[in-house]
Design a binder for this molecule. Structure first.
Ligand code: PYC
Length: 330
């Protein structure tokens, strides 16, 4: 049996976004949070088939548009090599851009959208001129620092002190210290190898659980913080996800987590801009709109702004006769 998925492929600040236009399964659940769990239980082969090799690659991510469960304009289910994220910033920027350019979402108020994602409701403002979306700004879910000063020992590297912050996913944040003197001193292969080891170590000693949704839990991403590499930027990062991916974009949820982290330590304030560079030098403009609470923990309302480019249409077949129909990892 051959399943067919038509997609708009593209990228946000260099990181892939695959908006799947057809083939979305009907999902059970009263909210996108519940539908995400249903998708993972019954249809995860669609994610692995579309994101892993041979139809995808280490960085592949994207999503489906769904009707919202409440009053939002649309809902998104994210797919990615590591699973279905509660929230994805670069994915949202890409999906909103491609959907608006293709006329798939009809905003009730021009320039504004409300989108339901598994992690909550996000608000979008965008700049659409001459049929092209030039920028998308996300008012993201509330972000906060979940834990500080976790000490882990990384054999062959050094002991590290790590903080964990949430921006739609949980991030282990590593600031320069000891053997970590900056991204360029480490290099890509070492960042990937160390990130995997660090994530495992952190997961062994600490599991954050979201105060409002116990299904959002555990450190899934690692954010290496560094100084900026070009004029006008405030900082640079490398965000590790999946098994081998370094985000090519500055990572929307990672930027949100990092801004919560900086605010909590008095290094960023409400109303301030935070220009974040990715590993490849692309940029998001972050902002701190307000202080808020997550459960009873102090947090922030972050914003992230960026742009995306569609690179083409793609019809992908998942054929049960293919020995690699559900994708593979090596
Ligand atoms: O932009 O939030 C993001 C993201 C998560 C994983 C990769 N990118």
């Amino acid at each position: 049996m051959r399943h067919s998925f038509s997609c708009i492929d593209g990228h946000t600040a260099g990181n892939p976004v695959r908006l799947v236009l057809s083939g979305a399964p009907l999902l059970n659940g009263a909210s996108m949070a519940e539908r995400r769990l249903d998708f993972l239980e019954r249809f995860d082969w669609i994610r692995t088939g579309l994101c892993l090799e041979p139809r995808g690659h280490d960085m592949m991510s994207g999503g489906f548009l769904y009707p919202p469960s409440g009053d939002a304009d649309a809902a998104i289910l994210f797919i990615e090599t590591s699973g279905c994220l509660p929230m994805c910033g670069h994915g949202t920027i890409g999906i909103v851009t491609f959907a608006l350019e293709a006329g798939l979402i009809q905003p009730r108020v021009p320039g504004e959208l409300t989108i339901e994602v598994p992690a909550g409701t996000i608000r979008i403002t965008y700049d659409l001129r001459d049929g092209r979306v030039h920028s998308v700004r996300i008012r993201n879910v509330a972000s906060y620092v979940a834990s500080r000063g976790i000490e882990i020992d990384v054999p062959g590297f050094s002991p590290l002190t790590i903080d964990v912050a949430y921006g739609g996913n949980y991030y282990a944040i590593i600031e320069p210290q000891g053997a970590y003197t900056g991204l360029d001193d480490l290099g890509t292969a070492r960042i990937v190898e160390l990130s995997r080891a660090i994530r495992t170590k952190v997961q062994e000693v600490y599991e954050p659980v979201h105060p409002d949704d116990p299904n959002i839990r555990g450190v899934t991403h690692v954010l290496w913080a560094d100084k900026p590499s070009s004029e006008g930027a405030d900082a640079r990062n490398a965000v590790f996800y999946g098994e081998r991916a370094i985000d090519r974009s500055p990572c929307g949820t990672g930027t949100s987590a990092r801004m919560a982290h900086l605010v909590a330590s008095g290094r960023l304030s409400v109303g301030q801009r935070f220009v974040h560079e990715s590993y490849i030098g692309s940029r998001f403009i972050g902002g701190v709109e307000a202080r808020t609470k997550v459960g009873d923990i102090a947090g922030i309302v972050p914003t992230i702004e960026g742009s995306a480019i569609a690179t083409g249409l793609n019809t992908i077949w998942i054929d049960r006769k293919d020995p690699f129909w559900a994708g593979f990892t090596v």
